[in-house]
Design a protein around this ligand. Sequence first.
Ligand SMILES: [Zn+2]
Length: 414
Amino acid sequence: MTSDSSLPAPAHILADSMLSRHFGRETANYFSSSPLNRLSFLRSDHPFLSTALKHPSTRFILLNNLAPLSRSSAELYYAKHEEVAKLVPQDIFDKSEEDMIKSYDSRKTHPTLIFLGLDEGQKAGGMAWKVYTGTPYFAVDVTPKGSEEQTTAAKDIIGAMEAKGLSFFQSRIITTFSADEAAIYAQSRALTDWNTRNTFCGTCGNTTLAVNAGTKRACPPTDLARESEGKSAERPACNTRTTLSNLSFPRTDPTIIVAVVSADAKRILLGRSKRFPPGWYSTLAGFIEPAESIEDAVRREVYEEAGVILSRVVIHSSQPWPYPANLMIGAIAQVSDPAHETISLEHDPELEDARWFDIEEVEEALRIGTSDLSAEAGPDYKGGLRLPPPTAIANQLIRSAVQAEYFAAKNSKM
Ligand SMILES: [Zn+2]
């Protein structure tokens, strides 16, 4: 196991239990294990949200076209309410959610505002609500868009922040924040992106309204804007209002990612795509399809991409991946018969190459050949295999797959 301080610590780290004795230490992946208590059951409680919004300890994560406002590439900036007041009126939650829906007017646009949770590790000066005490966190989308008023306010905020020497950190994938900040950023990014993509109802095509503090979108039954066109405010019927429907909830797209071990447990199957730098290989991955189990998806992807037939599949750990809404479900799988190890790239030509690597070579690459996809290999790298960094679940899967003890504990059960 890596001692990288950018990785979250498993919640049970000091706890002894039958499960931890049997299965070992849990792997907590980058972007997971947020320090915030999400308090999801309070997202429609406007007295709570209103108090949180007005509390002096409250902090805001700002995103501009999904790039987070940051002090540096290693640190987020947490804004105070006064710094976002032009976009986020303090009385925004004074109305009940029911009244917000009833008075919906599609001409009035609002930035996406998401309640992320309470940091109960920051109790001093924090907000107290029932049994919960801590610092409330929100994310706010400051991308200039919407009505002219909203666009101007967003531009003003961006200008004021940049004048302070802060910037919106542009990076295809961010892996430079601490573990806690990475988790807060991941939640902010995933939900802001989902709201941006769902401004129209997937069932009736009309505009939607963010409710539940930015974690649900409603298709309001009326729109006051229609009255200005001489129509009734009533919109056409939409079954998202009457039936239990997941159309207006944020999606998470499950993806499998797998470290494949040979029948003799001495080699690991890795593949590379054309976009990887020379020598760089990783675990195989792909989307889980509708009506497919995680284990079925692992077996299908490995067969389609590499022609290898798997037997037992064990779920190892998972990683939220907010680009845009994936949950990487990490597995370790083994081939039971050497005849099933033959590689074929003929089925689905997604990979440029797939190959079995000896465990010694993989261990060496874990020591000296890991880096971000776009970064140079470390100073000790002397050619040969390169692998993803510890912030990627692929690295954690490979690390476990080469550890003899990971298998030894379960030999009788495989
Ligand atoms: Zn609708």
